[in-house]
Design a protein around this ligand. Structure first.
Ligand SMILES: *[C@@H]1O[C@H](CO)[C@@H](O)[C@H](O)[C@H]1NC(C)=O
Ligand SMILES: *[C@@H]1O[C@H](CO)[C@@H](O)[C@H](O)[C@H]1NC(C)=O
Ligand SMILES: *[C@@H]1O[C@H](CO)[C@@H](O)[C@H](O)[C@H]1NC(C)=O
Length: 258
Protein backbone atom coordinates (compact mmCIF):
# COMPACT_ATOMS: atom_id res chain seq x y z
CA UNK A 1 0.00 0.00 0.00
CA UNK A 2 2.44 2.67 1.12
CA UNK A 3 6.21 2.61 1.60
CA UNK A 4 7.64 2.46 5.10
CA UNK A 5 8.43 6.15 5.32
CA UNK A 6 5.05 7.16 3.86
CA UNK A 7 3.24 5.00 6.43
CA UNK A 8 5.37 6.44 9.20
CA UNK A 9 4.47 9.94 8.11
CA UNK A 10 0.81 9.00 7.99
CA UNK A 11 0.99 7.81 11.61
CA UNK A 12 2.82 10.95 12.65
CA UNK A 13 0.11 13.03 10.99
CA UNK A 14 -2.63 11.16 12.81
CA UNK A 15 -0.90 11.77 16.12
CA UNK A 16 -0.44 15.47 15.42
CA UNK A 17 -3.83 16.21 13.97
CA UNK A 18 -5.47 15.13 17.19
CA UNK A 19 -3.30 17.61 19.10
CA UNK A 20 -3.67 20.49 16.71
CA UNK A 21 -5.67 23.24 18.28
CA UNK A 22 -4.52 26.13 16.21
CA UNK A 23 -7.15 28.71 16.94
CA UNK A 24 -8.06 27.96 20.51
CA UNK A 25 -7.77 30.75 23.03
CA UNK A 26 -6.12 29.64 26.24
CA UNK A 27 -5.83 31.31 29.58
CA UNK A 28 -2.91 31.30 31.99
CA UNK A 29 -0.66 33.62 33.86
CA UNK A 30 2.37 35.26 32.30
CA UNK A 31 5.49 36.63 33.92
CA UNK A 32 8.61 38.14 32.42
CA UNK A 33 12.33 37.61 32.60
CA UNK A 34 14.28 40.68 33.36
CA UNK A 35 17.57 39.64 31.80
CA UNK A 36 18.13 38.74 28.19
CA UNK A 37 20.96 36.40 29.03
CA UNK A 38 18.48 33.97 30.57
CA UNK A 39 17.53 33.03 27.04
CA UNK A 40 20.92 32.84 25.40
CA UNK A 41 21.16 29.12 26.10
CA UNK A 42 17.46 28.64 25.55
CA UNK A 43 16.06 25.13 25.22
CA UNK A 44 15.14 25.65 21.56
CA UNK A 45 18.79 26.28 20.73
CA UNK A 46 18.47 29.57 18.88
CA UNK A 47 21.33 30.94 20.97
CA UNK A 48 22.50 34.41 20.07
CA UNK A 49 20.08 34.48 17.12
CA UNK A 50 17.14 34.64 19.53
CA UNK A 51 16.94 38.42 19.60
CA UNK A 52 17.34 38.95 15.90
CA UNK A 53 14.56 36.51 15.09
CA UNK A 54 11.72 38.52 16.50
CA UNK A 55 12.86 41.96 17.52
CA UNK A 56 13.14 40.73 21.10
CA UNK A 57 9.47 39.77 21.36
CA UNK A 58 10.04 36.24 22.58
CA UNK A 59 8.62 33.95 25.22
CA UNK A 60 9.38 30.82 27.16
CA UNK A 61 6.54 28.36 27.62
CA UNK A 62 5.55 25.40 29.72
CA UNK A 63 6.32 21.95 28.32
CA UNK A 64 2.63 21.47 27.51
CA UNK A 65 2.78 24.44 25.18
CA UNK A 66 6.27 23.75 23.84
CA UNK A 67 5.28 20.13 23.06
CA UNK A 68 8.71 18.57 23.33
CA UNK A 69 10.17 21.38 21.29
CA UNK A 70 7.83 20.94 18.31
CA UNK A 71 6.46 24.42 19.01
CA UNK A 72 9.88 26.10 19.13
CA UNK A 73 9.59 29.05 16.75
CA UNK A 74 5.78 29.08 16.83
CA UNK A 75 4.08 32.46 17.13
CA UNK A 76 1.51 33.43 19.73
CA UNK A 77 -0.61 36.46 20.40
CA UNK A 78 -0.72 37.22 24.10
CA UNK A 79 -3.18 39.62 25.66
CA UNK A 80 -3.19 40.70 29.28
CA UNK A 81 -6.69 40.52 30.75
CA UNK A 82 -6.44 43.54 32.99
CA UNK A 83 -8.25 46.09 30.82
CA UNK A 84 -7.29 49.00 33.01
CA UNK A 85 -3.57 48.44 32.61
CA UNK A 86 -3.40 46.70 29.26
CA UNK A 87 -4.09 47.40 25.63
CA UNK A 88 -6.61 45.15 23.89
CA UNK A 89 -4.42 43.96 21.05
CA UNK A 90 -1.71 42.36 23.11
CA UNK A 91 1.66 41.36 21.64
CA UNK A 92 2.96 38.80 19.19
CA UNK A 93 5.79 36.63 20.48
CA UNK A 94 7.82 33.67 19.24
CA UNK A 95 8.39 30.66 21.51
CA UNK A 96 12.09 30.25 22.11
CA UNK A 97 12.53 28.44 25.37
CA UNK A 98 11.11 26.21 28.06
CA UNK A 99 10.09 27.59 31.43
CA UNK A 100 8.53 24.99 33.65
CA UNK A 101 6.89 27.01 36.35
CA UNK A 102 3.73 26.13 38.22
CA UNK A 103 2.80 29.78 38.46
CA UNK A 104 2.94 30.85 34.83
CA UNK A 105 2.21 29.19 31.50
CA UNK A 106 4.26 31.79 29.67
CA UNK A 107 7.24 33.93 30.53
CA UNK A 108 7.68 36.87 28.17
CA UNK A 109 10.78 38.88 27.45
CA UNK A 110 10.62 42.21 29.22
CA UNK A 111 10.06 44.23 26.01
CA UNK A 112 7.12 42.00 25.08
CA UNK A 113 5.66 42.13 28.58
CA UNK A 114 5.86 45.91 28.70
CA UNK A 115 4.30 46.18 25.23
CA UNK A 116 1.08 44.66 26.57
CA UNK A 117 0.58 47.71 28.77
CA UNK A 118 -1.16 50.97 28.03
CA UNK A 119 1.70 53.41 27.92
CA UNK A 120 0.92 55.06 31.19
CA UNK A 121 0.74 51.72 32.98
CA UNK A 122 3.95 49.96 31.98
CA UNK A 123 5.66 50.60 35.28
CA UNK A 124 2.66 49.31 37.15
CA UNK A 125 2.55 46.15 35.05
CA UNK A 126 6.24 45.44 35.60
CA UNK A 127 5.76 45.92 39.32
CA UNK A 128 2.95 43.37 39.29
CA UNK A 129 5.30 40.87 37.67
CA UNK A 130 2.67 38.30 36.85
CA UNK A 131 -0.62 38.91 35.06
CA UNK A 132 -3.58 36.92 33.78
CA UNK A 133 -3.38 36.50 30.04
CA UNK A 134 -5.21 35.00 27.10
CA UNK A 135 -3.15 33.59 24.28
CA UNK A 136 -3.59 31.85 20.97
CA UNK A 137 -1.35 30.53 18.26
CA UNK A 138 -1.14 32.76 15.20
CA UNK A 139 0.70 32.41 11.87
CA UNK A 140 4.32 33.57 11.94
CA UNK A 141 5.21 36.24 9.41
CA UNK A 142 8.89 36.53 8.59
CA UNK A 143 10.52 38.80 6.08
CA UNK A 144 12.98 36.02 5.26
CA UNK A 145 12.45 32.66 3.58
CA UNK A 146 12.51 29.44 5.54
CA UNK A 147 16.22 28.81 6.14
CA UNK A 148 18.52 26.32 7.79
CA UNK A 149 21.65 26.81 9.84
CA UNK A 150 24.15 23.97 9.63
CA UNK A 151 24.95 23.02 13.21
CA UNK A 152 28.53 22.95 14.46
CA UNK A 153 28.57 19.22 15.11
CA UNK A 154 28.01 18.47 11.41
CA UNK A 155 30.82 16.89 9.44
CA UNK A 156 30.89 16.57 5.68
CA UNK A 157 29.84 14.46 3.97
CA UNK A 158 27.59 12.25 6.10
CA UNK A 159 26.98 13.86 9.45
CA UNK A 160 24.45 16.63 8.92
CA UNK A 161 22.56 18.52 11.61
CA UNK A 162 20.41 21.50 10.67
CA UNK A 163 18.33 24.04 12.54
CA UNK A 164 15.26 25.56 10.92
CA UNK A 165 14.93 29.34 11.09
CA UNK A 166 12.15 31.75 10.08
CA UNK A 167 9.45 29.10 9.82
CA UNK A 168 6.34 30.93 8.66
CA UNK A 169 2.66 30.09 8.90
CA UNK A 170 0.92 28.23 11.65
CA UNK A 171 2.34 24.79 11.02
CA UNK A 172 4.63 22.22 12.58
CA UNK A 173 7.47 20.52 10.70
CA UNK A 174 6.97 16.83 11.51
CA UNK A 175 9.34 15.08 9.07
CA UNK A 176 12.45 16.04 7.11
CA UNK A 177 14.16 14.12 4.28
CA UNK A 178 17.45 14.81 2.55
CA UNK A 179 18.71 13.56 -0.83
CA UNK A 180 21.45 14.41 -3.27
CA UNK A 181 20.16 17.08 -5.66
CA UNK A 182 18.46 15.35 -8.59
CA UNK A 183 18.22 11.97 -6.83
CA UNK A 184 15.07 10.35 -5.47
CA UNK A 185 16.98 8.40 -2.82
CA UNK A 186 15.49 10.35 0.10
CA UNK A 187 16.86 9.69 3.58
CA UNK A 188 14.95 10.73 6.65
CA UNK A 189 16.39 12.95 9.36
CA UNK A 190 15.60 12.65 13.07
CA UNK A 191 14.45 15.49 15.27
CA UNK A 192 17.17 16.14 17.84
CA UNK A 193 15.11 18.72 19.67
CA UNK A 194 12.80 21.49 18.55
CA UNK A 195 14.00 22.99 15.28
CA UNK A 196 17.14 20.80 15.07
CA UNK A 197 17.19 17.70 12.86
CA UNK A 198 20.10 15.39 12.07
CA UNK A 199 21.25 12.33 10.18
CA UNK A 200 24.51 10.40 9.99
CA UNK A 201 23.55 9.14 6.53
CA UNK A 202 23.53 12.31 4.48
CA UNK A 203 24.63 11.73 0.88
CA UNK A 204 27.41 13.89 -0.57
CA UNK A 205 26.19 17.34 -1.66
CA UNK A 206 24.75 19.24 -3.30
CA UNK A 207 21.66 18.38 -1.28
CA UNK A 208 17.94 18.84 -1.63
CA UNK A 209 15.48 18.84 1.27
CA UNK A 210 11.81 18.22 1.75
CA UNK A 211 9.66 18.62 4.85
CA UNK A 212 6.22 17.46 5.94
CA UNK A 213 4.31 20.27 7.59
CA UNK A 214 1.01 19.98 9.43
CA UNK A 215 -1.37 22.50 10.83
CA UNK A 216 -4.32 20.44 11.93
CA UNK A 217 -5.39 19.76 8.33
CA UNK A 218 -3.37 16.60 7.73
CA UNK A 219 -0.06 17.41 6.16
CA UNK A 220 1.75 18.26 3.00
CA UNK A 221 5.21 18.11 1.53
CA UNK A 222 7.16 21.32 1.17
CA UNK A 223 10.19 21.13 -1.13
CA UNK A 224 13.17 23.43 -0.73
CA UNK A 225 14.63 24.87 -3.92
CA UNK A 226 16.58 22.24 -5.85
CA UNK A 227 19.96 22.86 -4.25
CA UNK A 228 19.27 23.62 -0.62
CA UNK A 229 22.89 22.97 0.37
CA UNK A 230 25.88 23.34 -1.98
CA UNK A 231 28.48 20.59 -2.35
CA UNK A 232 30.81 22.42 0.06
CA UNK A 233 28.22 23.24 2.73
CA UNK A 234 29.75 24.68 5.88
CA UNK A 235 28.98 24.44 9.55
CA UNK A 236 27.73 27.68 11.02
CA UNK A 237 26.39 28.93 7.69
CA UNK A 238 22.74 29.79 7.08
CA UNK A 239 21.14 28.69 3.81
CA UNK A 240 17.94 30.15 2.37
CA UNK A 241 15.65 27.32 1.25
CA UNK A 242 13.93 29.53 -1.34
CA UNK A 243 10.45 28.75 0.01
CA UNK A 244 8.26 29.94 2.83
CA UNK A 245 5.38 28.25 4.62
CA UNK A 246 2.28 30.38 4.84
CA UNK A 247 -0.38 27.80 5.71
CA UNK A 248 -2.66 28.46 8.62
CA UNK A 249 -4.29 25.83 10.77
CA UNK A 250 -7.69 24.57 9.81
CA UNK A 251 -10.45 25.94 12.01
CA UNK A 252 -10.94 23.97 15.18
CA UNK A 253 -14.33 23.47 16.79
CA UNK A 254 -14.55 25.24 20.13
CA UNK A 255 -15.45 21.96 21.84
CA UNK A 256 -12.02 20.60 20.88
CA UNK A 257 -10.22 23.41 22.66
CA UNK A 258 -8.71 22.35 25.93
C1 LIG B 1 11.32 30.87 34.59
O1 LIG B 1 10.92 32.24 34.61
C2 LIG B 1 11.08 32.88 35.87
C3 LIG B 1 10.55 34.30 35.73
O2 LIG B 1 9.17 34.27 35.74
C4 LIG B 1 12.54 32.88 36.28
O3 LIG B 1 12.66 33.44 37.54
C5 LIG B 1 13.05 31.45 36.27
O4 LIG B 1 14.44 31.47 36.52
C6 LIG B 1 12.80 30.79 34.94
N1 LIG B 1 13.20 29.40 35.02
C7 LIG B 1 14.08 28.89 34.16
C8 LIG B 1 14.37 27.44 34.35
O5 LIG B 1 14.57 29.55 33.28
C1 LIG C 1 4.88 22.05 40.59
O1 LIG C 1 3.80 21.25 40.97
C2 LIG C 1 4.11 19.89 41.08
C3 LIG C 1 2.84 19.11 41.35
O2 LIG C 1 1.90 19.86 42.05
C4 LIG C 1 5.16 19.70 42.18
O3 LIG C 1 5.49 18.33 42.30
C5 LIG C 1 6.40 20.50 41.81
O4 LIG C 1 7.34 20.41 42.84
C6 LIG C 1 6.05 21.95 41.57
N1 LIG C 1 7.24 22.64 41.03
C7 LIG C 1 7.62 23.83 41.46
C8 LIG C 1 8.84 24.39 40.80
O5 LIG C 1 7.05 24.44 42.34
C1 LIG D 1 12.77 33.62 -1.21
O1 LIG D 1 13.03 32.68 -2.22
C2 LIG D 1 12.63 33.10 -3.51
C3 LIG D 1 12.83 31.92 -4.46
O2 LIG D 1 14.14 31.48 -4.43
C4 LIG D 1 13.42 34.33 -3.92
O3 LIG D 1 13.00 34.77 -5.19
C5 LIG D 1 13.18 35.42 -2.89
O4 LIG D 1 14.00 36.53 -3.19
C6 LIG D 1 13.47 34.94 -1.50
N1 LIG D 1 13.00 35.92 -0.57
C7 LIG D 1 13.78 36.48 0.34
C8 LIG D 1 13.12 37.45 1.24
O5 LIG D 1 14.97 36.26 0.41
Amino acid sequence: MCGVSACLIFLILLAFSSMACGRCVHRSKAGYFSSLSALSVGTCGYGSMTWGLSGGYVAAASSALLRGGVACGACFQVRCRNTRMCRGGGVKVILMDLNESNDTGLVLSRPAFVAMARHTADGELLKLGTVDVEYKRIPCEHTKNLSIKVEEKSQRPNLLAIKFLYQGGQTDIVAVDVAQAGSSDWRFMNRVYGPVWSTSRAPPGPLQLRMVVTGGYGGKWVYAQSEALPVDWRTGSVYDLGVQITDIARGVAAKDCK
